[in-house]
Design a protein around this ligand. Structure first.
Ligand code: Z5A
Length: 220
């Protein structure tokens, strides 16, 4: 019987380097011979990507925080059942740019939706399912904003101000503190080579601990 794959998410505030490190983590898994997919939230399936467009588009109409919350979980239900779970069940690992920790951080910490309400939807959509490991890239919010904001037009989240992202960062760190075995905090304000080296090392450790892959291959 094929062992279930590992579900690894990458989290952090805007521009901390999630996409960059997702590519690095994927390269590392490939070198180690671990079959995997790379995906993102909101998104990851055609329908969930349509919901992503709805969520990110700047608009005149104020977006109610419960509308935003429900759309995040609508996209997640589609992604989880249509793509993530089938991949894990076939033995593939899944690397995902953001997941439900982002909802607790952005809709909870950022928008002020009570944690208990988010937890109700988390249980409805996911049951007991949670990421096996969360890589939290942590850096001062100004660092990430400076890195990310040379790209031109800002999406609806990127239009928020520093205090919004400060609350998000604090929520992520508080969640990580409660479950240190599952959350791996990486200092993402460091130079790129250093951050990449730490992510490679962490992925190699997780692979070694799981017994997956085709040993031994150096990833340094
Ligand atoms: N959202 C939500 O509210 N609730 C939810 O449940 C979920 C999401 C799932 C879209 O997410 C929005 O959805 C997001 C939260 C919300 N909004 N915000 N903000 P997203 O992940 O697609 O968007 P993002 O957070 O804005 O990602 P990003 O801006 O693309 O950033 P990133 O992926 O973390 O960074 P990057 O593209 O890898 O790097 C940014 C630049 O920095 C790039 O030029 C790199 O080359 C450079 N970089 C990276 N690392 C370094 C280091 N170490 N040093 C120097 N430069 C670096």
């Amino acid at each position: 019987m094929t062992a279930r794959g590992q579900f690894i998410t990458i989290e952090g505030t805007e521009g901390v380097g999630k996409s960059t490190q997702l590519g690095n983590a994927s390269d590392t898994l490939r070198q180690l011979g671990v079959s995997h997919i790379v995906t993102r939230e909101p998104g990851g399936t055609p329908m969930a990507e349509s919901i992503r467009k709805l969520l990110l588009a700047p608009r005149e109409e104020p977006v109610n925080e419960i509308t935003e919350l429900l759309l995040m979980f609508a996209a997640r239900a589609q992604h989880l059942h249509g793509r993530i779970l089938p991949a894990l069940e076939s033995g593939q690992w899944v690397l995902c740019d953001r997941f439900t920790d982002a909802t607790f951080a952005y809709q909870g910490g950022g928008r002020g939706v009570p944690r208990e309400r988010i937890a109700v939807l988390e249980n409805l959509v996911q049951g007991e399912f949670r990421p096996d490991h969360v890589i939290l890239l942590d850096a001062p919010v100004e660092t990430g904003m400076t890195r990310a904001r040379h790209r031109g037009d800002l999406d609806r989240f990127e239009q928020e101000a520093v205090p919004f992202f400060q609350r998000i960062r604090e929520t992520y760190l508080a969640r990580a503190k409660k479950a240190p075995g599952r959350y791996h905090i990486i200092q993402a304000g460091a130079p790129l080579e250093q951050v990449s080296g730490e992510v490679r090392g962490l992925i190699a450790t997780l692979v070694a601990g799981s017994g997956a892959g085709s040993p031994p291959v150096s990833v340094r």
